[in-house]
Design a protein around this ligand. Structure first.
Ligand code: ZN
Length: 482
């Protein structure tokens, strides 16, 4: 809980790796998880005398992301060299965009306690990624050596810089979730935080409530999950408030989030732009984007999360809550659309997706794209419920087995002997047995206690190991208790 005497100011810088086949300034592959240093050439290794050539797809993706985030697409932008010395950067400068980026002045709407709030986007620029260091030990300071993998070096990135418009860690999280969804829907990035294709740095400061002057700003790095970002911000806000209360100075610095200890740690004092000795890259011509090109990208822009959410509500009558959850991930929304094409009961589909499917995906830390149950298989199962072959309760067991094994529902039902019992005489016998075993409940029901009926149905279902047709059990019980 944040001290109500203070106001929190948060801005996010998000780096997203673009899903192009090749790197931004050479033709090396960007494929993830390859043999170290197998996707390199003199260009991305920073050898002198090699000229960079801009990948047109990178510009197209930048325009696409910019339009989806309501930015102005600049007709003229240019690349600059940002200098720093570190083994992950063989040329000792990173090609980036400083004062004339490709996109300016956009926005993104988030949910702030049920109210829509507009978060400004200051800019989006294109740049190349640095390489990856692999430390010999657990941490950099406990390692005897570090290895460099140049495969990632020169991969295309977009840096999306928000305005300092967020006022709580929760708002920051919602912004990042919405941003991730938009980048996924536009298919410019696969946004896998665990593989580093979506990375986030947060700038955070505090000020007395009602003040117009921002406090000393701290940048937090190494936030590689939504949870890490929220926790790191909560910790850092508390740290800053305590420092101010104790009369201790705050420094403008860069801190890193230590996930295990749950603390932010000072890394270095914050660099100014002048520390990087930026200058325009003389090897690259400016980027000129024609209006026609922007219009063409605009025409081909896919349906975005907000529009899709509204469509699910109007077209299928889904409650807003369901539509929000399903459209938060493009994969899930595509899955839903594929299901309702085969089966018109949209709410039933949505219940299965939001319940069992999401629960199992989370438990296995699986992406919907890796899910063994295809929309066709789920729908087959729903039809088997409708036909009375299995009960809704048994379907949960069937679904879990389908999820684990990728087998069709018919096969699972056959193998596990889960076919619903709809044989009148079999159910009749179980009902009689339950009535004989529970005279007290029978008495209660006949005395007008409706709840006793639920108990008796439950006993028959239990006796049949969930396989009795619940409709028939209900009917038979009612008849016998008349
Ligand atoms: Zn290369």
């Amino acid at each position: 809980m944040i001290d109500p005497e203070y106001e929190v100011v948060i801005g996010l810088e998000v780096h997203t790796e673009l899903k192009t086949k090749t790197k931004i300034f050479c033709s090396c592959s960007t494929e993830f998880g390859q043999e170290p240093n197998s996707h390199v050439c003199p260009g991305c290794l920073g050898m002198p005398g090699v000229l960079p050539v801009l990948n047109k797809k990178v510009v197209e993706f930048a325009i696409k992301a910019g339009l989806a985030l309501n930015c102005n697409i600049e007709e003229f932008s240019k690349f600059d060299r940002k200098h720093y010395f570190y083994p992950d950067l063989p040329a000792s400068y990173q090609i980036s965009q400083l004062d004339q980026p490709i996109c300016l002045k956009g926005y993104l709407d988030i949910d702030a306690d049920g109210v829509s709030k507009r978060i400004g986007i200051n800019r989006i620029h294109m740049e190349e990624d640095a390489s990856k260091l692999v430390h010999g030990g657990e941490t950099i300071s406990s390692s005897f050596y570090s290895l460099v993998d140049y495969n990632r070096g020169g991969s295309p990135l977009l840096e999306i810089v928000s305005e300092p418009d967020m006022r709580s860690p929760k708002e920051a999280r919602d912004y990042l979730e919405k941003l991730k969804a938009i980048l996924e829907y536009t298919e410019v990035s696969d946004c896998k935080m665990e593989e580093g294709s979506l990375r986030c740095d947060a700038n955070v400061s505090i000020m007395p409530k009602g003040s117009k002057v921002f406090g000393t700003r701290v940048e937090i790095k190494n936030l590689n999950s939504f949870r890490a970002m929220e926790r790191a911000l909560e910790y850092e806000i508390q740290r800053q408030i305590e420092a101010v209360e104790d009369g201790e100075p705050l420094y403008q610095e860069t801190r890193t989030w230590d996930e295990t200890k749950g603390v932010t740690l000072a890394m270095r004092s914050k660099e100014e732009a002048s520390d990087y000795r930026y200058f325009p890259d003389p090897d690259l011509v400016p980027v000129i984007v024609s209006r026609e090109w922007v219009e063409e990208v605009q025409r081909n822009l896919p349906e975005l999360p907000q529009a899709r959410k509204e469509r699910l509500i109007s077209e299928y009558g889904l409650p807003e809550y369901d539509a929000s959850i399903i459209t938060a991930s493009k994969g899930l929304a595509d899955y839903f659309d594929a299901c309702v094409k085969l089966y018109p009961e949209a709410k039933t589909v949505s219940n299965w997706l939001m319940g069992d499917l999401i629960r199992l995906l989370n438990a296995e830390e699986q992406d919907i794209k890796e899910c063994a149950v295809t929309p066709e298989m789920l729908i087959n199962m729903l039809k088997l419920i409708d036909q009375g072959t299995i009960s809704g309760r048994i379907a949960k067991t069937v679904f879990e087995e389908m999820f684990k094994t990728g087998k069709n529902p018919e096969v699972v039902i056959e193998e596990k002997g889960l076919v619903q019992i709809s044989d009148q005489s079999a159910i009749d016998a179980m009902v009689d047995q339950v009535l004989a075993d529970n005279p007290k409940s029978v008495e209660d029901y006949q005395a007008g206690k409706e709840r006793a009926m639920g108990f008796l149905v439950g006993q028959v279902m239990k006796m049949s190991k969930g396989k009795a047709n619940p409709g028939m059990v209900n009917e038979l019980l009612k008849e016998k208790l008349k």
